[in-house]
Write a protein that binds this ligand. Structure first.
Ligand code: ADP
Length: 493
């Protein structure tokens, strides 16, 4: 069991300065591996959010970033990436404590965050418009322009990485950003804010406000001077954001929940499929919107796959995130622990067979929010554990007889974020991918997502494109200019 640790308190970053809330209110961020307070954090209310938005708006209007030459913007973003790489061990240690992720994994994610900044820096200098064939004497062009202040709201499962993922494309094209990180994991984002200033990103361009959803997040969503919102989190909150955004007809980008099917066909390389499926089911303690939380396996190979799967899952090392060799840390919070164990009880109540796990495993006795890898077999597609996003290390195994049935089960959920397919038959790979209702499909490569590859959630999983060149569209809006330079006078004489 690890001993309680304390880290530096966190404040908002507004107009280039670290400040407390106007009210002086703070809240605790908890170390999920011990259940103890890690640091105090400023709690942003409507007034603090307004100060951050006004600061972003002033910076945008002054042009310190929005009208800076694109090459210079790119240069400063690359400098920020370099600063992050150089400081990644320290930031990774903070991230590991605040999230419960194994230390090595947390540090690797900090480097990935920096890589997002490097990649999107290049977007600053890409062409951003078109011309159109029109009547003689006229010239018409359109161009993409930044919105102004982008409000970015992020969850706790990949704090630093998602902070970079969301801010990098928004900044590259000249927006200002107000970032509201999840209340469970605010600490690493404060480091991003400090390094951004050091890299020469002007005061007011990147603002960070800490706090909860209903007060802080909702104030940002409702603010009239935030014309663009980007949100990653639960479908229920995404729906609430969309409703609230209607008042000011805001543009909203949403990346929401998932219930990713992971289909193993009998013609798959079974060894490869088991190893990859284990990874997609349990990595990050199952707290990923694209986790392969439904294992659909063809009946003729089911016994073999399940036996190998249960045996290998039982060997996954759950424990202290700071200890070398740990593969799975705890869940993020007491609330999430209660939710996940509630689903385990629900699976048993619904009549599924518990083939592995269900408890805290080797860390029994710890006050951390641990749940060991848990596998249910004999799951029917309609059960709640097969329909709802659990966001924990709980896998539902369902068998199918043929491709048609596999597709029917895979698509019969409200989500449509991702799907994974295991097959060695190339024709099947294309055929199945065409019919899967998901924004991204991985054949024999779960979670493969290089930064230049875009994706978009389908059904209740999202709205708008993420990553890749497509992010340019997401963080800009269109302006069209028609010029009469000799086409004759128009209008009434
Ligand atoms: P999760 O289920 O992963 O905790 P949530 O959707 O609850 O995800 O939260 C993701 C982010 O959305 C967090 O930063 C949270 O504070 C914020 N949030 C929650 N409720 C609201 C809301 N009503 N308006 C705006 N943001 C919210």
């Amino acid at each position: 069991m690890s001993a309680p640790v304390r880290l530096a308190d966190a404040r908002h970053l507004i107009d280039g300065r670290e400040v407390d809330s106007v009210s002086g209110r703070t809240f605790a961020t908890i170390d999920p591996s011990t259940g103890t307070e890690l640091a105090r954090v400023a709690f942003g209310e409507a007034e603090d959010v307004d100060r951050a938005v006004q600061s972003g708006r002033r910076a945008f209007q002054a042009g310190s970033w929005s009208r800076l030459s694109p090459g210079e913007r790119a240069k400063r973003m690359r400098r920020l990436a370099d600063l992050i790489h150089a400081d990644a061990d320290r930031i990774g240690a903070i991230e590991s404590r605040d999230t419960g992720k194994p230390l090595g994994q947390a540090t690797a994610e900090v480097h990935v965050g920096a890589d997002f900044l490097t990649y999107f820096a290049g977007h600053a200098e890409l062409p951003d418009g078109r011309t159109y064939p029109v009547d003689a004497g006229y010239f018409v062009y359109s161009k993409r322009e930044p919105y102004g202040v982008v409000g970015a709201i992020s969850p706790w499962n990949y704090p630093f990485l998602l902070a970079c993922w969301k801010t990098a494309p928004a900044l590259a094209v000249g927006n200002s950003v107000v970032l509201k990180m999840a209340e469970q994991t605010p600490l690493s984002t404060s480091e991003l804010g400090r390094l951004a200033l050091e890299a020469g990103i002007p005061a007011g361009v990147l603002n960070i406000v800490h706090g909860d959803g209903p007060t802080t997040g909702a104030s940002l969503v409702a603010h009239p001077h935030v014309p663009k919102l980007t949100f990653t989190g639960s479908t229920a909150v995404g729906q609430a954001i969309l409703r609230s955004a209607a008042d000011h007809v805001k543009s909203v980008h949403l990346e929401l929940g998932g219930k990713t099917p992971n289909l193993i066909f009998a013609d798959a390389d079974i060894d490869q499929a088991v190893a990859g499926s284990l990874f997609t089911a349990f990595y990050n303690t199952g707290q990923i919107c694209t986790s392969g939380s439904r294992l659909l396996v063809e009946r003729s190979v089911a016994d073999r796959v399940i036996a190998a799967f249960v045996e290998r899952a039982g060997r996954i090392r759950v424990g202290d995130p700071a200890a070398g060799g740990t593969q799975l840390g705890p869940l993020i919070s007491a609330e999430q622990h209660a939710r996940v164990t509630g689903y385990i009880a629900e699976g048993l109540r619904e009549g599924a067979t518990l083939a592995l796990g269900g408890g805290r495993g080797a860390v029994e006795g710890s006050n951390g929010y641990y749940v060991e890898p848990t596998i249910f077999t004999g799951v029917r597609p309609g059960m709640r554990i097969a329909q709802e996003e659990i966001f924990g290390p709980v896998l539902s195994v369902i068998t199918f007889d043929d491709e048609e049935e596999a597709l029917r089960i895979a698509n019969d959920v409200m989500y449509g974020l991702a799907a994974t397919v295991w097959t060695t038959d190339l024709r099947r790979a294309f055929r199945v991918a065409e019919r899967l209702e998901a924004g991204i499909i991985w054949t024999n490569c779960p979670h493969y997502l290089p930064v230049n590859v875009p994706y978009e959630g389908h059904k209740l999983s999202g709205l708008g494109e993420d990553l890749g060149i497509e992010a340019l569209q997401t963080f800009t809006h269109l302006k069209t200019h028609a010029i009469n330079h000799g086409g004759g006078s128009m209008g009434w004489a």
